[in-house]
Ligand binder design. Structure first.
Ligand SMILES: [Zn+2]
Length: 509
């Protein structure tokens, strides 16, 4: 590696790294050791304890500090004479505009989300700077090269959407544990503790249409004079008992399926909760939210144990109770977080009780947490391999060695005795709306759709355009920016609520 220092392309290059996490730490280290001397690095995150097992530039004492800044200090210790410029900021900030990107010879991504990747891709295209993109998932990883008009851009091929499941499988006919987890996390948890307006009424209701959404809403409401234990049992009996009975009444559904078994709390939970209650009050004195745990208050310790149905039922009721007793202020605003112990306990227990009802094997909290958080454990070695490949491609790009550009996939199992699979980059997709000039055509009901639907659902969400400017003929209908005056802002806001046909008609008259 030391010889690379003498490559003028490397020594004189100004590179931008986006992301100082798992890949970023390895990348910064490898760039510095490879002779790069002018490195800029953007990362908005601060260091967390859970990063320390693989982000080797960070130590316990750095927890809470900026990743970009600490990474710089760590690398300067062994390469004191190079220049590293850290930005503790979001790459989507307006400071990092096209002009900012233009100063670099190459941009290297070590990001963890689609949104930022798309954003950097577009800035690189606008600034005409080559981009090297990367990602890892466990043992899998890839590095791709994107050079305007020479290779495909990051968005030339549509990216697979995160895995989703058919609604009816989740709400009525689960057949795998993951279906129960999705139900517990996305539907039941959201319904009980999340934003009531956002939670989908379909979800926790049974599959028949007997109960109106209004009634369904009432069922989950904690009534004012209701004892919290009564409430927990009522919810339990409704979702695991009553709803299953109602679902069973639809014979069609179960013709070719195993019939689920309704489960009521009285089956497993004789009225001995008061004892548990006492111990919980003693344990539960701590105000620290992270210490609130149903497992702790029930004296259950090992997250790798698979609980019995009775244990799951106790955890379910205890967790629900703890949310209302210890975290009442958050109710209505909670979203599931895999690092929220009580939420994981609740979701594990609820998923297991549902699994028991449908004859699906039960799982431990540890396993359930992995599924609920879509956790694929990060592998430090994969990050190191990918970082090395990024540097190799960066050097080719800087030397304009276009014939040798490669996209490289890091595999989990060897194929033809190879773990690294290099392939030539694809040509740009001529119908890509990001890197080509091809217009997109879209059918929209202009009588019904409001400008807001078009802007929010299509332009911003689907097409990922954060600063759209929308014109009809020569008239400006909508734009976003820091430099708009109040009148313009009010004008655009009013336009958003108008039906598109009306706006276009008004403009052409
Ligand atoms: Zn493209």
């Amino acid at each position: 590696m030391a010889s690379l220092k003498h490559l003028p392309a490397v020594k004189g290059a100004k590179v931008l790294m986006v992301g100082a996490g798992g890949i970023g730490c390895e990348l910064l280290k490898t760039l510095a050791l490879s002779g790069f001397q002018d490195i800029h690095i953007i990362d908005m995150d601060t260091i967390e304890v859970s990063n320390l097992n693989r982000q080797f530039l960070f130590r316990q004492s750095h927890v809470g500090q900026s990743k970009a800044k600490v990474a710089r200090e760590a690398v300067l210790k062994f390469r004191p004479h190079i220049s590293i410029t850290p930005y503790h900021a979001n790459v989507k900030d307006s400071d990092f505009n096209v002009d900012f990107f233009k100063q670099f010879n190459v941009v290297l991504n070590g990001l963890d989300n689609l949104d930022a990747r798309r954003h950097v891709n577009r800035l690189c295209l606008a600034a005409d700077v080559p981009l090297i993109e990367s990602g890892t998932t466990g043992f899998l990883g890839q590095v791709t090269v994107h050079v305007k008009e020479r290779t495909e851009c990051y968005e030339c091929q549509p990216k697979p959407a995160p895995k989703t499941y058919p609604v009816c499988t989740i709400t009525s006919t689960p057949s795998k544990f993951v279906h129960c987890i999705v139900w517990a996390k996305e539907l039941l948890f959201a319904k009980l503790f999340g934003d009531k307006n956002q939670a989908n009424d379909l979800n926790v209701r049974s599959s028949d249409g007997a109960s109106s959404s209004k009634q369904a809403e009432d069922v989950f409401e904690h009534r004012k004079d209701e004892d919290i234990e009564q409430y927990g049992r009522r919810i339990y009996d409704h979702v695991f008992g009553y709803n299953i009975e109602v679902a069973l009444s639809n014979e069609e559904t179960w013709k070719n399926r195993n019939r689920p078994k309704p489960i009521y709390s009285s089956e497993f939970m004789p009225n001995d909760l008061s004892q548990q209650n006492g111990s919980m009050e003693k344990n539960g004195a701590a105000n620290d939210i992270s210490s609130v745990s149903a497992m702790a208050s029930l004296g259950m310790k090992n997250p790798q144990d698979v609980w019995s149905l009775k244990e799951n039922s106790r955890v379910f009721l205890e967790a629900l109770k703890l949310f209302f007793l210890k975290r009442e202020k958050e109710i209505g605003n909670l979203t599931f977080d895999k690092d929220d112990q009580l939420a994981v306990e609740f979701v594990t227990a609820a998923a297991n009780i549902r699994a028991a009802s449908f004859g699906i094997p039960l799982h431990s909290l540890f396993e359930a947490k992995g599924i609920a958080g879509n956790i694929v454990h990060a592998v430090a070695t994969t990050n190191a391999i990918i970082a090395g490949l990024i540097v190799i491609e960066a050097i080719k790009v800087l030397q304009n060695d276009t014939k040798n550009y490669r996209m490289t996939y890091c595999l989990e199992h060897p194929t033809r005795k190879m773990l690294l699979m290099p392939v030539e980059p694809f040509e740009p997709n001529r119908s890509c709306y990001v890197c080509s000039e091809t217009p997109l055509s879209l059918e929209i009901n202009t009588h019904r759709a409001k400008l807001r639907d078009f802007v929010e659902k299509i332009v911003k969400s689907t097409l990922g355009m954060s600063l759209p400017l929308i014109m009809h003929g020569s008239a400006l209908l909508y734009e976003v920016g820091d430099d708009l005056d109040e009148e313009m802002v009010a004008n655009y806001a009013a336009n958003l609520d108008k039906v598109i046909l009306f706006l276009c008609f008004k403009m052409t008259c």
